[in-house]
Design a binder for this molecule. Sequence first.
Ligand SMILES: Cc1ncc(COP(=O)(O)O)c(C=O)c1O
Length: 388
Amino acid sequence: MSSPSTVVPIARPTLPPVEELQQRLAHILSGTELTNGAEVARFEGEAAEVLEAPHCVAVSSCTAGLMLVERCLSLRGAAVTPSFTFFATAHSLLWNGLRPVLADCDPTTFQIDPNSVRRVMTRGCSAIVGVHLFGCPAPIDELEKLAREAGVALIFDGAHALGARWQGESVAGRGDATVYSLSPTKQMTCGEGGLITTRHAELARDLRKARNYGKGEAYDCDLLGLNARMTEIQAAIARASLARLEAAIARRRYLADLYAKRLRDVPGVRLQRIPSAAVSSHKDFGVLVERGVDRDQLMRDLAADGIETRAYFDPPLHRQKLYRPYYRPQEEALRTTDAVSRHILCIPIHGAVTDEDAARIADRITELVGAQIARSMRTPMPLTAIPA
Ligand SMILES: Cc1ncc(COP(=O)(O)O)c(C=O)c1O
């Protein structure tokens, strides 16, 4: 088969023009302050304003940010987290010696299911680590209630959630902390980076120390930290990208609406449900194909047409070698996670996707799914209607 002449990539970083950065970079490179300096402080101040966050701490990645938040909150024992997520969410727990307790997801929003959290929450749990999946907020109110009742910390992995809102407010002030990612597939990037928001002044102070090895005023450590600093060059790129965040999200929202209009009534296809309280920042656009449609064949056919897709997150954590020992099917079978991860694919949604690309992608999915259903000569069965 001949390869397509143009490919729509699954992700493409949106970066500020070089000319805009030249002066700032020249200033940094002619100085002596290369990391964790004035530019990082400026970025934190601007990000706090844009994200409506009481405190904002820049770090080297979301993974490092999660590790440091969990360390600074002195978590012990276990923490509940969804199995349907990227592995970095749970890696941060293992790095802190915490046992991941895996919760199931909701079949319509794909978010962590609060009923499952309630079921798996054991006495040894000291935290819930929720994930704002694909840029749509997790069920924040229910998770806050669960965390309050159990007296545990609530952390959000907001890797996907830059710009996401819940009940009319930015998600940045909810829970004990939210950790965003600035890696290249995100709504804004500076190469690599992370951003922690929190309403607790004391936690923000500890995090500033922890990202710098744990070093305080004196050369006498009392906190186990990391080198998780952001460089001045990253901060300069991040500041210029931050100024474009709203436009980047608006474009993603426009594409998401375009996809939704064309795909929402297609037999065999289901889209992520966005709750009425939520404003998604559309890091990803997830399409669920129902039983009777071969997801992997669909991905291969789309690839042959120059449309890149990803099966986020397949396999889910409890099916991966590192996390299998933490899977307790007799306690929580994670059936919805299994079903969703086997049937989901993410399609391109970013600044380089044109209106024509999006229309073509939606139309090809409609045709290919339709052809599969016609071939199998049966009506697709909704995922929720049959037990896995
Ligand atoms: C849900 C989730 N959490 C954490 C991360 C890790 O982010 P980073 O690469 O900034 O460490 C990612 C990366 O995409 C992610 O998807």
